[in-house]
Design a protein around this ligand. Structure first.
Ligand code: NAP
Length: 235
């Protein structure tokens, strides 16, 4: 039996990933910072709720203790993430970017991933087939955002893509440090969720596909990769 934790799973891509992995037979811990929303979501899916705010040490430590006491962890999906938007869901301009905005985004998208990894790595190391999926973004790609011909080139904000580029490097470094684990970064594609004011062009079913797929890879699968459904992406 595979046990899986998904952070930020009370809605959006995390919720859909939880739904699919419950369906696939995983024992799923649905992580959410808000107990009411998390419990309700877990009940809908037949998942276990665990309170987990990725920006809060005590909350993450307590979640790791709970999961450890109940039998351990095989798969960790670092999904919780935020994107700061301006008025009318506008993408902030580089000139308007502040250190505070960067700090807010990094606290969840970057430091949150490291906080959760640090707390759950001891559990994952005891698994026979440990897997980590870091939910990155196509906007993490230095190549895509710097190439004038790339469809992502127009995207002007600084904080969000920078945080996801950091997630990619985190993926590379942990994958090297833990060669017995499969640790990958995935790009779900532009998906209609609250993150982007539901402007995304894909459904959550489509967006969650690569997360679900990489959560289920075996020990012979890739590690240290950055992928979407079509395969490896340029860093
Ligand atoms: P979403 O619907 O806004 O879901 C984000 C989830 O993260 C929510 O459950 C939210 O909880 C949770 N969260 C935020 N801060 C948290 C914290 N401090 N601790 C724990 N949970 C926290 O957005 P989404 O589109 O599904 O995003 C999921 C992931 O996919 C993110 O990492 C995002 O960057 C990535 N992504 C999304 C797209 C896209 O087009 N949607 C594309 C590429 C990558 P609350 O309900 O409590 O706020």
């Amino acid at each position: 039996m595979t046990t899986t934790l998904i952070t930020g799973a009370n809605k959006g891509l995390g919720f859909e990933t939880a739904r699919r992995l419950v369906e696939a037979g995983h024992t799923v811990y649905l992580g959410a910072r808000n107990a009411e929303r998390g419990r309700a979501a877990a009940e809908r899916l037949g998942a276990r709720f665990v309170q987990l705010d990725v920006t809060d040490d005590a909350s993450v430590r307590a979640a790791a203790k709970t999961v450890e006491a109940e039998g351990g962890l095989d798969v960790l999906v670092n999904n919780a993430g935020i994107e700061v938007r301006g008025e009318n869901n506008s993408i902030p301009a580089a000139a308007d970017t502040t250190a505070d905005e960067m700090r807010t985004v990094f606290e969840t998208n970057v430091f949150g991933v490291v906080r959760v990894l640090h707390a759950f790595l001891p559990l994952l190391r005891r698994s026979e087939a440990p897997v980590v999926v870091n939910v990155s973004s196509g906007l993490a790609s230095l190549t895509a955002l710097s190439e004038p011909d790339s469809p992502a080139h127009f995207y002007q904000a600084v904080a969000y893509p920078t945080s996801k580029t950091a997630v990619n490097m985190i993926t590379v470094q942990y994958a090297k440090a833990f060669p017995d684990m499969r640790i990958n970064a995935v790009e779900p594609g532009f998906t209609a969720t609250d993150l982007n004011g539901r402007t995304g062009s894909q459904s959550v079913e489509q967006g969650a596909e690569i997360i679900v797929r990489m959560a289920q890879i075996g020990p012979d699968g890739p590690t240290g990769a950055y992928l979407d459904l079509d395969g490896p992406l340029p860093w």
